[in-house]
Design a protein around this ligand. Sequence first.
Ligand SMILES: Nc1ncnc2c1ncn2[C@@H]1O[C@H](COP(=O)(O)OP(=O)(O)OP(=O)(O)O)[C@@H](O)[C@H]1O
Ligand SMILES: [Mg+2]
Length: 300
Amino acid sequence: MHKDQAAALRVLASKAAPKRRTNQHCRVIVVASGKGGVGKTNIAVNLALAWAKRGLRVGILDADMGLANVDLLLGLNPRCNLSHVISGERTLEEVLLTGPGGLKVIAGGSGVAELADIEQQQLDRFIDSLAQLDKTLDLLLIDTGAGISRTVLSFALASDEVLVVATPDPTSLTDAYGLIKVLAMRNHHAVLQVIVNMCDDDRSGWEVFNRLYSVSRRFLSRELSFAGHVPRDPMVQRAVRELRPFYLVYPRCKAALAIDRVADQLLKRDEDREEAKPKAANGVGGITGLFRRMLHLIKQ
Ligand SMILES: Nc1ncnc2c1ncn2[C@@H]1O[C@H](COP(=O)(O)OP(=O)(O)OP(=O)(O)O)[C@@H](O)[C@H]1O
Ligand SMILES: [Mg+2]
């Protein structure tokens, strides 16, 4: 191959591959909504697959204690969850499942609620295993359940980054605003990003975001970023019925193309932020930092 051609290819490849974070901590994004059934799990799973396709090492923690949706969508059947790690019955590696695209999946079970009552020695061991996970993943998405329960809130309040899922439905907007309000008051450092799901077109996606943006600015003095929108797409429902992620089975469907745009947008934001501010806003970063802050909140 000609020397110039090889150099050009190297430049292209370096542009295509997303940058891994320079510090050893994993980027953690909590996906939450307030209202249930707005598409959190579908967005988390398919976004994770889009990032895995881009060469990132991605994990999903299913923190929805009610329904193990993530596993279902990925065709996995976890027998153990975070509770077993906390109790010491299993190591974190033992409960990690590998899904399509090399995705690492951790079932949360009732683990988080149990954290409040464990002894210091057990806790130290658990935090140590999280530190290992911090080194092996670039990105962890935490899928939370419906509503603003104590568990959902403790994740969202402890996170440096929350992806709020809203739909054009007025009750979803009210609930998303309710969540943003709690975060604005109690998690001052978090970057709040909004994704609008199940909208008719680009315009309605922007409209929904702008409504949330203007009330948040006006009444909470809090800025929100727009992560993008995912249109209502019958292929999403079809894929759910087939128990497969739409990003894999219908990669050219409207929703999958939108997920690609959101995935790139969120990666670009992070690179811009890292350049401007290399340290985590809340002090200790990554998965370890998030769980330490959560413990602090739970024990309060
Ligand atoms: N973009 C979309 N287009 C069409 N249907 C969608 C879309 N996103 C989600 N859905 C539908 O909404 C249903 C609920 O989605 P999902 O389970 O991801 O929501 P959720 O917010 O995780 O729910 P929960 O709060 O119960 O955990 C899906 O089964 C699917 O049928
Ligand atoms: Mg869900």
